[in-house]
Design a protein around this ligand. Structure first.
Ligand code: HEM
Length: 511
């Protein structure tokens, strides 16, 4: 009976791409073959990571196509006009997020910003977090001081290694520096190397990154949870350690909270929550929008989750490309020498005068987008993308990799060429194609864009003012192929940071 029922459907699905394509009325996107229960899994077997496979599948299915993951319909968007329709023109319609087993564990069932579904609570929540980040993040003098202190400490570590001729894996050092910026921003506290609380934080963050990054089948087939699952167990352990630490910080902040002083993001969030609670006449009260302690804690968790791995990885890609392209490194150093000199360190206000460094950062974000598939969006109503109908509940994946490597939009897209972001005179910055969205756009645009750009600029300018980066003699150049996970990661390798003339003497105390 089962075979009789299922087999015809299986064969129908295997026959190709054009199921549900009719000449009259609404058209659904071409769909990859899909089998009952497992959906399109068989068509997704590939040695390539998903963003590369999704780009290749365009050749067969067109730029926008669909597939089935278990029982979920998923639309893949590979081209900027459709991407902008999803993110901007119909931003609210596509502002939903899917719930999955792993993200539910991570976010207490979506009580954060990144994985929280679109709702009144979410909108209010995002607004106050955005306000708090503006106050403590973008352009604020205090955050500039915090980033510069971390850049200084990082450069001290590089100096010490150089003094004894040691090549370093920069990954842990960069993670430490970026984590400390986020700690200062969120909790007004930073940590020295080796601090046990800090080391625990680095360990559990890595555990979360490692387990969330797995292409977890349990997210496609939630019933698999009934079987023992080592990754889910590790994820739960790491989340529980994270939550204890967040709760401790939260309790400390609540205990000495004052309406008159805002030390950090957590104070700003507490203040917004209290003012919503006390303002009985407000249209939106804390109760009606459900802004609970859980929401505040998960938001801080989000800032760590979204803010550390992404920024650190972009820094690692930047360094990897600078090592491959020493002429780019030299040109940035020349720019730094002529515009900043060696008597002082770079400041945020130098950004306007260092276009080549800015262009290099833009090119790194283009060629190796750290979130090549964004976070999936969900259609909240029946709607459309271009001429295709899209049903309510469909998941939409924007393939940023395809946008940033579109041969019609970028000349020689595989070539690392910061010059493409400069005007022909070489002094002004441009965005040469609409197919460039490293931080997303619209309702779900990255909340940390300004902060991330600031960090990238300050860390890179401090390092390149003082050091020339290379691989140790005899070592192969690092691979430019990324490893796909929660973010697209470069491989591990060791770096020689050679002090530039005049900087050998600037040895400062590491934290
Ligand atoms: C270079 C570093 C970064 C890159 C390339 C990046 C990129 C992105 C992208 C592509 C998205 C998804 C947009 C979408 O789903 O439509 C996103 C979301 C997000 N990012 Fe970033 N990000 C970076 C750093 C940061 C930092 C430093 C923070 C926090 C301070 C942050 C906080 C967030 C949050 C909270 C979201 C979720 C927004 C929402 O769902 O409404 N990001 N980011």
């Amino acid at each position: 009976y089962f075979v009789a029922l299922i087999l015809p459907t299986i064969f129908a699905s295997l026959q190709g791409t054009s199921i549900r394509m009719s000449t009259h009325g609404p058209r659904e996107p071409p769909c990859l073959p899909a089998l009952p229960l497992i959906g399109s899994l068989l068509s997704l077997q590939s040695p390539h990571p998903p963003h590369v496979l999704f780009k290749e599948l365009q050749l067969k299915y067109g730029q926008t196509y669909s597939l089935k993951l278990g029982c979920h319909n998923v639309v893949i968007v590979n081209q900027h006009v459709h991407a902008k329709e999803v993110l901007l023109k119909k931003g609210k319609t596509f502002a939903g997020r899917p719930r999955t087993v792993t993200t539910d564990i991570l976010t207490r069932a979506g009580k954060d910003i990144a994985f929280g579904d679109y709702s009144a609570t979410w909108r209010f929540h995002r607004k106050i977090v955005h306000g708090a980040l503006c106050m403590f993040g973008e352009g604020s003098a205090s955050i500039e001081k915090i980033v510069c202190a971390e850049a200084q400490s990082l450069c001290s570590v590089l100096s010490e290694a150089a003094a004894v001729g040691l090549a370093l894996d920069l990954s842990p050092e960069l993670t430490r520096a970026v984590t400390n910026v986020i700690c200062s921003l969120c909790f007004n506290s930073s940590y020295c190397r080796g601090d046990p609380e800090f080391e625990a934080m680095l360990r559990y963050s890595q555990g979360i990154v490692d387990t969330v990054a797995k292409d977890s089948l349990v997210d496609i087939f939630p019933w698999l949870q009934i079987f023992p699952n080592a990754d889910l167990r590790l994820l739960k352990q790491c989340v529980s350690i994270r939550d204890k630490l967040l709760q401790k910080k939260y309790d400390e902040h609540k205990a000495d909270y004052s309406d008159h002083v805002q030390r950090d993001l957590l104070d700003a969030l507490l203040r917004a929550k209290r003012s919503a609670e006390n303002n009985n006449t407000a249209e939106i009260s804390a109760e009606s929008v459900g802004l609970s302690d859980d929401h505040l804690l998960m938001t801080v968790g989000d800032i760590f989750g979204a803010g550390v791995e992404t920024t650190t990885t972009v820094l690692k890609w930047a360094i990897t490309y600078l090592i491959h392209y020493p002429q780019v490194q030299r040109r940035i150093q020349d720019e730094l020498d002529s515009k900043v000199g060696e008597d002082r360190s770079p400041k945020l206000s130098d950004r306007g005068t260092l276009p080549y460094l800015e262009a290099t950062i833009r090119e790194v974000l283009r060629i190796r987008p750290v979130a090549p598939l964004f976070i999936p969006h969900v259609a909240l109503n029946d709607t459309s993308i271009g001429d295709f109908t899209v049903r309510k509940g469909t998941r939409v994946i924007i393939n940023l990799w395809s946008l940033h490597h579109d041969e019609k939009e970028w000349e020689n897209p595989e070539l690392f060429d910061p010059g493409r972001f400069l005007e022909s005179g070489g002094t002004g910055l441009i965005i040469p194609s609409s197919s460039y969205l490293p931080f997303g756009a619209g309702v779900r645009v990255c909340l940390g864009e300004a902060l991330a750009k600031m960090e990238l600029f300050l860390f890179l300018s401090w390092i390149l003012q003082r050091f020339t980066l290379s691989v140790p003699p005899g070592h192969a150049l690092p691979s430019l192929e990324g490893k796909f996970g929660v973010v697209l990661q470069p491989a591990k390798y060791k770096v020689n940071a050679t002090p530039r003339p005049g900087w050998e003497k600037h040895k400062c105390q590491a934290c």
